[in-house]
Design a protein around this ligand. Structure first.
Ligand code: SF4
Ligand code: SF4
Length: 483
């Protein structure tokens, strides 16, 4: 292909890999592409290293034509081979429409720094398709996501609290937390987030956040604690771009009842205003329970008028630690709320309102299909959770004592825990552990655990043990109601 026709075909626009996507090399020539938002890890794909190599060249320093010229040069490719690669990339651009975007859409602070490309090093990514087996089951060499619970302490005491809030002797010291963040950065963990408890109850929270930002983790801390002017200014100075505030209602009395604290609405509103004033995005998370479902649309309008642009509404589901059946909402009310939210979306077209819910009826009646189509369980295959005292579990809401503990970060590294027999024996557990359950005699036991897995969090919530079927499995008995 002549230089001229390549330029004509591809144009001179400078495209950049959308900063919401990250790439890293794993083992066995596999490359992982992941969609990571500041507040959560969305999805990961295993891709061919050649595609990863090409994507990494879209660093905002080259036009598309230049990128393909580099690829041609590094790979010593013929025109046909180059066209084949362009086609492959177009398939990915079709699958993920915002994967490559014009550089003008990315603020300076999120652009990649200009570095000299070492073409010799890049050659190792150009390998034959037969040298990489993308379809074989594969466990990542290190976690993609780590959630750290820096404390179980909290400013509020919510009626639906999901945190275990076990009494512990001492929380991980700042020095050890920094080492964990360092190791996570070296292992190229895509997303490192804080949950809890309320991370802002720690006196050293600014140091923790500063270190996370320094090591390249784009984090959205969440809080129920009122944040002072000094705190929001410090957060802005560190480079925190968004904070999640929990608020379930704009009725002042109900807000106090739900959080079991005083003047919660006033404090949360003040925090949101302060965050917005210093240029930090205030996101809001609300839990939909029978107590507040009728006021959720009012809450959305209240928040949008304040200037909040992202609201996440989650249907209450059984808390393993503080549950009451009174909190459940019914499917009919959820459907009515869904319609109201739709109307609000029309009125505020720029608002980003997400609603997470499953309908109880379809969950149980549609298990056959839902089980086949379930998303692969990421516990221990993509991520892990570190409790305030260093105990490590595979998923949030699993107890950090007993069978579900896979390691202790006070004496082990992330890598040691990730590759430990203890962790592997929870993802691929022995059949004997399931005596007395349908899993014990299940002919699909191996397929189930080697494949998409079963949700151990829901097993625990529905049957009180992690060695039980997922309640979504059509073979499972109906356990405790989850939502
Ligand atoms: S969850 Fe269902 S498919 Fe999986 S092992 Fe248990 S019974 Fe079998
Ligand atoms: S245990 Fe359940 S909630 Fe946790 S990652 Fe697996 S499927 Fe998701």
């Amino acid at each position: 292909m002549e230089q001229k026709s390549l330029s004509n075909a591809l144009g001179q626009e400078v495209l950049i890999l959308n900063p919401e996507y990250k790439i890293r090399m794993d083992k066995d020539n596999r490359v992982i592409l992941a969609h990571v938002l500041p507040y959560e890890f969305q999805k990961g794909w295993v891709i061919h290293p050649g595609v990863g190599f090409i994507l990494s060249l879209f660093d905002g320093n080259h036009t598309e034509t230049e990128v393909w010229e580099i690829v041609r040069y590094v790979g010593g490719l013929t025109d046909n081979q180059l066209q084949g690669l362009i086609k492959k990339l177009r398939t990915w651009q079709h699958r993920i429409p915002q994967l490559l975007i014009p550089i003008s859409q990315v603020p300076m602070s999120r652009r990649y720094r200009k570095t000299r490309i070492d073409y010799e090093k890049l050659k190792r990514f150009l390998i034959l398709p037969s040298q990489v087996k993308l379809d074989e089951p594969h466990r990542f060499y290190s976690p993609l996501v780590i959630v750290l619970l820096p404390t179980y302490r909290c400013f509020a005491d919510c009626i639906y609290c999901y945190a275990e809030r076990r009494k512990i002797h001492s929380e991980l010291p700042l020095g050890r937390i920094k080492e964990i963040i360092d190791e996570a950065a070296e292992l190229k963990v895509f997303h490192f987030s804080l949950s809890g408890g309320d991370p802002f109850m720690r006196a050293d929270i600014l140091e923790i956040l500063r270190h996370m930002v320094y090591r390249g983790f784009d984090t959205t801390p969440s809080t129920k604690k009122p944040l002072s002017w000094q705190m929001v200014n410090n957060l802005a100075d560190i480079g925190i771009s968004s904070v999640q505030v929990s608020l379930d209602t704009c009725d002042p009395l109900l807000a106090d009842v739900m959080t079991r604290s005083r003047e919660y609405l006033k404090h949360a509103t003040q925090t949101i205003r302060r965050l917005l004033k210093v240029g930090i995005d205030a996101r809001v998370n609300a839990v939909i329970t029978s107590f507040n479902i009728r006021y959720i649309d009012e809450l959305c309008k209240y928040l949008l008028d304040l200037g909040v642009t992202a609201i996440n509404l989650s249907r209450y589901s059984r808390s393993a630690y503080r549950h009451s059946d009174l909190l459940f909402v019914n499917d009919e009310d959820i459907k009515i709320l869904q319609e109201k939210v739709e109307q609000i979306r029309h009125r505020y077209p720029d608002a980003h309102i997400t609603m997470n819910y499953e309908l109880t009826k379809s969950y149980y009646e549609g298990r056959e299909r839902a089980w086949k189509e379930r998303v692969k369980c990421s516990a221990g295959t993509e991520g892990m959770v570190i409790a305030p005292d260093g105990k490590v579990v595979l998923c949030e809401q699993l107890p950090t004592i007993g069978d579900s503990v896979v390691g202790d970060i006070t004496t082990q590294s992330i890598s040691e825990i990730w590759h430990s027999d203890r962790l592997l024996s929870l993802i691929y557990p022995p059949r004997e552990k399931f005596k007395g359950t349908v899993c014990f005699d299940c002919e699909d036991f191996e397929v189930c655990h080697q494949g998409k897995g079963r949700c151990i969090r829901d097993a625990f919530r529905a049957y009180g043990t992690i060695f039980a079927p997922s309640p979504l499995c059509p073979r499972a008995p109906i356990g405790l109601r989850l939502f």
